[in-house]
Design a binder for this molecule. Structure first.
Ligand SMILES: Nc1nc2c(ncn2[C@@H]2O[C@H](COP(=O)(O)OP(=O)(O)OP(=O)(O)O)[C@@H](O)[C@H]2O)c(=O)[nH]1
Ligand SMILES: [Mg+2]
Length: 254
């Protein structure tokens, strides 16, 4: 990777996150501004009834921040929203990296500072709750167990070499982001793992940096039992596709 000045596209999927997205854009812009990092936002909103898209556009206009908003017709899943954000963000040829995070402030803008030293040293920087300096706030035992089991299974099956695989606070290099945009196929929560596995299958360098995950304060949780079952069967079933990508170095036709 050639070192230079980063230009980061921040891709954020939203569904009913009006108040959260305004705070997130405001706070992350401050962190990025302090570090002198040029960036823009690519918000992919699924026609949220609470007016998320309008609020995101407004905060951009009011504060002079580059906020680009895509509104899709209806709710079509977090994964498909992020992929759409990647495809659109990468059309801007100046983009060197893509940052992904949730809109609900579970991913703290200030933790982006931990990513900065690795910007040119890895193709995927994974925000990690499970390393020194990382953690979770406001999570019940149930949620902690699901997360630990999920991470354990992914590592056992795919040997990515990281302790955290399941959270969406990540910085991708342009090269890795292009593969993710081209090769991911899933559309729900499982996309977060699929994206990591695509990057790993292509042999890109992956590192972890600590983050503190704060469970959402505003808005309602959308992760149900149905999602969890779908998630686990997807991860186990993905092995075949993973092996094909790894051995052929291609994802077309699979
Ligand atoms: N565009 C779009 N965004 C979505 C969709 N589902 C979830 N999101 C967004 O994806 C991000 C992560 O979703 P969350 O609902 O916070 O998922 P979670 O953190 O696993 O679960 P919570 O406990 O509810 O926080 C948030 O920014 C959501 O607004 C969707 O179908 N379409
Ligand atoms: Mg959340």
């Amino acid at each position: 990777m050639e070192e230079g000045k980063p230009y980061i596209a921040v891709v954020i999927p939203t569904y009913n996150e009006r108040d959260n997205i305004v705070r997130l854009i405001t706070e992350l812009s401050r962190v990025m501004g302090e570090a002198g990092i040029e960036h823009f936002y690519m918000i992919v909103d699924d026609n949220s009834p609470d007016g998320t898209a309008e609020a995101a556009k407004r905060v951009g206009e009011e504060k002079g921040i580059d906020v680009r908003v895509v509104v899709r017709e209806k709710k079509a899943g977090l994964g498909s929203a992020i992929r759409e954000g990647f495809v659109r963000a990468l059309r801007d040829e100046r983009v060197t990296h893509v940052l992904t995070m949730d809109a609900d402030l579970s991913h703290r803008p200030e933790d982006f500072r931990n990513f900065i030293p690795y910007i040119w040293r890895a193709d995927l920087i994974q925000g990690s709750r499970y390393m020194e300096g990382g953690g979770v706030v406001n999570w019940g035992l149930h949620r902690k167990i699901i997360s630990r089991v999920a991470n354990f299974i992914v590592e056992r099956l795919y040997h990515v070499g990281v302790r955290e695989h399941t959270t969406n606070y990540r910085l991708y290099s342009r090269a890795a982001a292009e593969k993710v945009a081209e090769c991911t196929r899933s559309s729900g929560y499982e996309w977060i793992i699929e994206a990591l596995l695509v990057v790993h299958a292509f042999g890109f360098r992956i590192v972890e940096v600590p983050i503190v995950f704060v469970n959402r304060e505003k808005g309602k949780s959308k992760l149900g039992v149905r999602h969890i079952i779908k998630w686990f069967s997807y991860i186990i079933g993905y092995r075949k596709r993973y092996k094909i990508i790894k051995s052929t170095g291609k994802c077309d036709g699979v």
